[in-house]
Design a protein around this ligand. Structure first.
Ligand code: IPD
Ligand code: CA
Ligand code: CA
Length: 256
């Protein structure tokens, strides 16, 4: 696994350079749906990642937000699950909360996660049974189980839409930032306490971060308390998700 991680880290750093060539400059933005932009940076990064990783690991399958899906991945033991640019809205607005997220799955379970915030050059990595690292240093998840003392990272659009009003006063503070992948990475690195999301996510948004949460000693579940698996025919994970230390997750699910 160490060689695979090494290759993936070199690859994600190159992908970060592609994105930073576009950041805060002129680029084309198209709308895939309401509130779902895609840019030249998303597409170019996707092409680079797909070519580089599938050439180096020809037996692995491929699932990415910006690549037309193929059922070929369903027959593979190991599959890359990638979001070339998570937090495109923030990227377009010039806000530095976006990331590249590369997950590797074996038989439906995440075995490696690599996430880069290219603005800060912050690198988050995790390998199954080998721990979670932030910029090369091991980290463990926040151990506080008392929700009143815990800050929750959540989505900017969920706050804007008032979805969290019901839970006001249940936690210390809600901190809305972009990119669910970056939020999972930050919580795994103990740069924040906990994550709650009240909207569905796709496998590519959370696969790498899921490996990180596991390896930092935490837990990621749906808001119904269900386990999450990957490389499914339907890649949407519903209805929402929570991640943090196991007791805090259980306390949060009781409130919901
Ligand atoms: C979005 C991000 C965001 C999440 C949205 C996704 P994109 O992905 O993951 O954190 O809240 O649901 O659509 O479009 O920026 O890759
Ligand atoms: Ca995404
Ligand atoms: Ca994306």
């Amino acid at each position: 696994m160490e060689k695979i991680l090494e290759h993936t880290v070199l690859t994600i750093r190159e992908a970060g350079k592609i994105i930073m060539n576009y950041y805060q400059s002129e680029f084309e933005v198209k709308q895939k749906g309401v509130g779902n932009p895609v840019t030249q940076a998303d597409i170019e990064t996707d092409t680079f990642l797909k070519n580089t990783l599938t050439e180096a690991f020809p037996n692995y399958g491929w699932l990415s937000e910006e690549t037309k899906d193929s059922p070929a991945r369903l027959g593979k033991n190991r599959v890359w699950v990638v979001d070339p640019l998570d937090g495109t809205k923030e990227f377009v607005e010039g806000i530095p909360n976006f990331s590249i997220s590369i997950g590797l799955v074996e038989n439906g379970k995440p075995i490696m996660g690599v996430i880069l915030n290219p603005v800060k050059n912050d690198l988050y990595t995790a390998v199954k049974n080998m721990g979670m690292k932030f910029n090369g240093k091991k980290t463990i998840i926040c151990q506080n189980q008392n929700l009143n003392e815990i800050n929750i990272l959540n989505s900017r659009s969920e706050t804007k839409r008032g979805l969290w009003k019901l839970y006001q006063g249940k936690f210390k503070e809600l901190i809305p930032i972009g990119s669910i992948a970056l939020k999972l990475a930050m919580v795994s690195a103990n740069q924040a306490d906990f994550i709650g999301s009240l909207q569905p996510k796709n496998e590519w948004d959370i696969c790498a971060g899921h490996c990180m949460i596991n390896e930092s000693g935490g837990e990621l579940l749906t808001t119904l308390g269900n386990e999450i698996t990957y490389n499914n025919p339907n890649t949407l994970i519903t209805p929402g998700l929570v991640a943090g230390n196991k007791i805090a997750v259980s306390n949060f699910l009781n409130i919901l």
